[in-house]
Design a protein around this ligand. Sequence first.
Ligand SMILES: [Zn+2]
Length: 159
Amino acid sequence: MDRLWAPWRGVYVSDAGAAAGCFLCAAAAGQDDQLVVAHDATTVTMLNRYPYNTGHLMVAPIDHVPDLLAAGDGGAAALMVAARRAMRALQDAMNPEGFNVGVNHGSAAGASIEHVHLHVVPRWGGDTNYMPVIGRTKVLPELLEATAARLRTAFAALT
Ligand SMILES: [Zn+2]
């Protein structure tokens, strides 16, 4: 059996690609998928458990890749394709007036986990007034589950 010597892969790949304690890996593997609303061959899309706004989605590669640079051109493109689908599903389900779409790269920029993810946050006029308030409020799981159900329906209806 041939073996490629690729020690850098060990940083990202362990236990068949899932990093212990990484909630995005767990979601991608179907181990903790209550908030997952969509997935494809290379990405998973889930509700943020601590949302900035109702419908706040996170789009991540299935592989435990630390950031956009490590994801490569293909991985980054796949994330953007999935993010666009997430925007369409949110548009259909919640009719937002705008979106914030972005990535925190590095701890200095606010990245808190080593599994790259793209935030897709639906916005409505005036929501900044209460966003800091709801951002600190514990969101009931039932509410997130209801939002997840709405979004799964919207994703399923996308062409
Ligand atoms: Zn991970």
